[in-house]
Design a protein around this ligand. Structure first.
Ligand code: SAM
Length: 245
């Protein structure tokens, strides 16, 4: 199943994605607040609460497409600074912002930053207790490959969690969301940064991403078990979970 992602364009897609995030890295956090009216913070908080990282014992997680570090910071904080998290991203500019933030908020000792591709993780099999990815997987050209890699690096009993934009299932909200995404975000993005194209790309990539059920099926196909999902804000975002058993 290709779900609209044409493998022939894979190389091209990653280049486009990289250009977008190099371009927006320094403004990424502000842009996130603006694009989601701050709601992304609540979704991320809910994701980490669901993961419930332990306050004692050795435990390490991997946050893929971790960008400027939001999820990893929340995981470390929720564990009372007990756990270790690796922030992995293909984009050095995003990681640089993440590293600066980690230094400022004093979480750096519990983190490390790795520049690499979600499709080819530079880790041994069975390394991590948890794998998280937030608003990242839709940017990866070969999603199935990334899912297989996620399973490979997880230990048995390890948990996969993915937060991603999804299909809105409330009609009125859907109308508002369409207007917001296509008519408000790109022009305002242009006003703020002088360039509408990255925002246009982001909005379009959300539309192309498989809906909740199709994505759950992909996660199962990669070998995960007990796959479930829950919607946030009427399905604007969804949290998928699966286990390597
Ligand atoms: N997880 C962060 C958050 O929720 O704020 C950042 C999400 S940002 C929308 C998407 C991130 O995915 C970018 O930092 C981008 O560089 C990264 N990314 C895109 N393609 C990737 C790939 N193939 N492997 C790893 N990271 C990738």
């Amino acid at each position: 199943q290709s779900f609209g992602f044409d493998n022939v364009e894979d190389g091209h897609k990653q280049q486009k994605v990289d250009a977008v995030f190099h371009h927006v890295a320094k403004r990424y956090d502000i842009m996130n607040d603006f694009m989601s009216a701050g709601i992304h913070r609540t979704w991320k908080q809910a994701m980490v609460a669901q993961l419930n990282p332990p306050k004692r014992g050795h435990w390490q997680s991997l946050d893929v497409a971790g960008g400027t570090g939001d999820i990893a910071f929340k995981i470390v904080e929720a564990s009372g600074r007990n756990v270790h998290t690796t922030v992995l991203d293909i984009n050095g500019s995003m990681l640089e912002v993440g590293r600066e933030r980690a230094n400022k908020n004093g979480l750096i000792d519990n983190l490390d930053f790795v520049e690499a591709n979600a499709e080819e993780l530079p880790f041994e099999d069975n390394t991590f207790d948890a794998y998280t990815i937030a608003f990242g997987i839709r940017n990866v050209p070969d999603i199935n490959k990334a899912l297989r890699e996620a399973r490979r690096v997880l230990k048995r009993g390890g948990r996969f969690m993915c937060l991603e934009f999804s299909e809105v299932d409330v009609p009125l909200l859907e109308q508002f969301y369409e207007t917001w995404s296509f008519k408000v975000i790109p022009p305002v993005g242009k006003l703020v940064t002088g360039d509408a194209q990255p925002y246009q790309y982001l909005v379009e990539s959300i539309r192309k991403f498989p809906n909740q059920k199709d994505f759950a099926a992909m996660i199962e196909m990669a070998g995960f078990e007990r796959v479930t999902y829950r919607n946030y804000t009427g399905g604007i975002a969804a949290l998928h979970s699966g286990w390597k058993l």
